[in-house]
Design a protein around this ligand. Structure first.
Ligand code: ZN
Length: 450
C-alpha cells in the first residue's frame, strides 16, 4: 500500500488530538534531573506509549543513571530508520511563566509547558506519524526510536546503555538517523540541521592560603583570583586566538558545500544586535558571524567565581567553568589534556583542571542522499523550501548515536523561532506539530523507497 500524500496528510491530522493529549500527560511529569521519581515515571510512560503503539520495547539501564528507552516497529520494507529524542527536560522556575511550567496549557493555537518544544513535542509528533501509518498497514520501513533520559545533562550514561547486546543488535540495522529538534523560520520555512558541535566542559580551580585573610595580606599571601585570571589569559588572547598548542591540529575545515549552505542561512545582524543589546557581533573564526557560530570552536567562560562579595577579604579559592564547543575531528578528552599540559608548561601547574565530560561533533554532508530525502519530504509537508543548516551551534550525543559507521543524521522537528526552549513560556504551535508529524510520515515513505 502506497498511500497518496493527501491520505497521509488526513491520517496525520486525525492523529493530532490524541497525540496532543498524550503529549500533555507527558508534560505534566517534571522530568528534571534532580526529581528522580518523576524522571523514572516519565521513562515508564514513554515505554508504555511505544508498547501501546505496537512497538517492542527495551529499557536500557546498564549505563547507570536514568534509563533510555529503545522501541522498534517492524515495517514492510528492508530499511531501518532511527529516531533520537529525549524525555528529560531543563529545570523551570515557575516565576515569570504565564502558566505553570508543568501544567500544560493551550492558548491561541499554542501549547505552553516546559518540554513542549525540547523535546517531548517532537517525540509525540513522531509517534503521531507512526500512528498515521497504521491506517495503511504499518510503517513502510523498520523504525527504531531511542529516547534518552539524560540529554540535558550531557547523556553521561548513554554509551553504557547502548552497550546492551539486544540494543546493539537492533541499532546495527539503522541506516540513517533523524535527530531530536527542528523548527520553522519566521517566514514559515522549515529548518533542517545536519550536525552538532562537540563540547568539552572544564573547571579550573586555584587555591591560596588555607586561612581566611585580610585583603591587605595580599601583599605577601597568594591570590587565587589573580592566578586564575592569568591562567585564563594563557589559554586565549584578547584577539580571540586560542593559545593552546595542538588545539587546532585535528580540525577538519568546512567543505565548500558546507560553506555554501552556511552562506545561504538567514542571519540578521542588526536584529540580533538590537535584541541582545550588544554593539557588535564577534567575528572570531571568520569574517562572517556564521563561520564563528558553525565552523569555529568557541571558548566560553560560563562561570568565574572568587570570594563571597565581602570587602577586604582575600579569597581562598577561585573557580572558572569553561564551555568549549568543538568542531569535527576534535576529541574532547584530548582537548582537556592539551589544556592541562599547556597550563603546566606555562607556569600554571598549580591550576587544577577538572574535565567534566564532553561529546565530539558530528556532521552530515549537505549533498548526502539522506539529506535530499528529508528535504524533499519537508518541501511536500510544508510547501516551502527548507533552510539547511550545515550544523547546529548546539551539542548532543549525535556522534555516539551515529556510531563508528558515521550514519547520516538530520535534525527536524516541531519547534519554531519563538519556542523558547530552556526559557520562560516554552511552547509549540499546534499547526507546526501537525506539519512536523506529516513531514515524518512522508519521510518514512521516501526513506523506505530510497
Ligand atoms: Zn533537546
Amino acid at each position: 500500500v502506497r498511500p497518496a500524500p493527501h491520505r497521509l496528510r488526513s491520517a496525520c491530522a486525525a492523529q493530532t488530538p490524541r497525540a496532543l493529549q498524550d503529549l500533555q500527560a507527558l508534560l505534566r511529569l517534571p522530568s528534571v534531573a534532580d526529581q528522580a521519581p518523576f524522571v523514572t515515571a516519565t521513562a515508564i510512560a514513554v515505554a508504555d506509549l511505544c508498547t501501546r503503539d505496537g512497538a517492542e520495547v527495551l529499557r536500557l539501564d546498564r549505563g547507570g543513571g536514568f534509563p533510555a528507552i529503545l522501541a522498534r516497529w517492524r515495517g514492510r520494507g528492508p530499511r531501518t530508520l532511527l529516531l533520537y529524542n529525549h524525555y528529560d527536560v531543563q529545570p523551570a522556575d515557575p516565576e515569570g511563566w504565564a502558566s505553570p511550567p508543568f501544567a500544560p496549557t493551550l492558548r491561541g493555537g499554542r501549547l505552553f509547558a516546559r518540554g513542549a518544544a525540547d523535546n517531548k513535542g517532537d517525540l509525540l509528533c513522531r509517534l503521531a506519524a507512526l500512528r498515521a501509518w497504521t491506517a495503511f498497514g504499518g510503517p513502510p520501513c523498520d523504525v527504531l526510536l531511542l529516547v534518552d533520559g539524560e540529554e540535558e545533562s550531557g547523556s553521561p550514561s548513554l554509551r553504557g546503555h547502548l552497550a546492551d547486546p539486544a540494543a546493539a543488535a537492533w541499532l546495527a540495522a539503522a541506516e540513517a538517523v533523524i535527530w531530536e529538534f527542528g523548527g520553522r523560520e519566521p517566514d514559515g520555512r522549515p529548518d533542517l540541521y545536519l550536525g552538532v558541535k562537540g563540547l568539552c566542559e572544564l573547571v579550573l580551580r586555584t587555591t591560596g592560603a588555607a586561612a581566611l585573610l585580610h585583603a591587605a595580606m595580599g601583599a605577601i599571601a597568594p591570590s587565587p583570583a589573580w592566578r586564575l585570571v592569568w591562567a585564563l589569559g594563557a589559554l586565549k588572547g584578547p584577539d580571540g586566538r586560542v593559545l593552546v598548542p595542538g588545539f587546532h591540529d585535528a580540525i577538519r575545515p568546512p567543505t565548500a558545500v558546507e560553506r555554501a549552505a552556511a552562506a545561504r542561512l538567514p542571519l540578521d545582524e542588526a536584529d540580533l544586535r538590537a535584541r541582545w543589546g550588544v554593539p557588535a557581533l564577534l567575528r572570531e573564526g571568520g569574517a562572517d558571524p556564521r563561520d564563528a557560530l558553525l565552523f569555529a570552536p568557541t571558548w566560553t567562560v560560563t562561570e568565574l567565581r572568587a570570594g563571597a562579595g565581602a570587602p577586604a577579604v582575600l579569597p581562598r579559592e577561585a573557580v572558572a567553568r569553561l564551555d568549549i564547543r568543538l568542531v569535527p575531528e576534535q576529541d574532547p578528552a584530548r582537548v582537556a589534556a592539551l589544556v592541562e599540559a599547556h597550563l603546566a608548561a606555562s607556569g600554571f601547574a598549580d591550576v587544577a583542571v577538572d574535565y567534566l565530560g564532553g561529546e565530539p561533533a558530528h556532521r552530515t554532508a549537505p549533498d548526502h542522499p539522506f539529506v535530499a530525502a528529508v528535504a524533499a519530504a519537508a518541501r511536500q509537508a510544508y510547501g516551502a523550501e527548507p533552510v539547511v543548516h550545515p550544523t547546529s551551534a548546539g551539542s548532543g550525543p549525535m556522534a555516539l548515536v551515529a556510531g563508528p559507521r558515521r550514519l547520516p543524521v538530520v535534525s527536524a522537528g516541531c519547534g519554531y523561532w519563538g519556542a523558547q526552549a530552556h526559557g520562560l513560556d516554552e511552547n509549540i504551535r499546534v499547526a507546526d506539530f501537525e506539519a512536523a508529524a506529516l513531514h515524518m510520515a512522508l519521510l518514512l515513505q521516501r526513506f523506505a523507497e530510497g
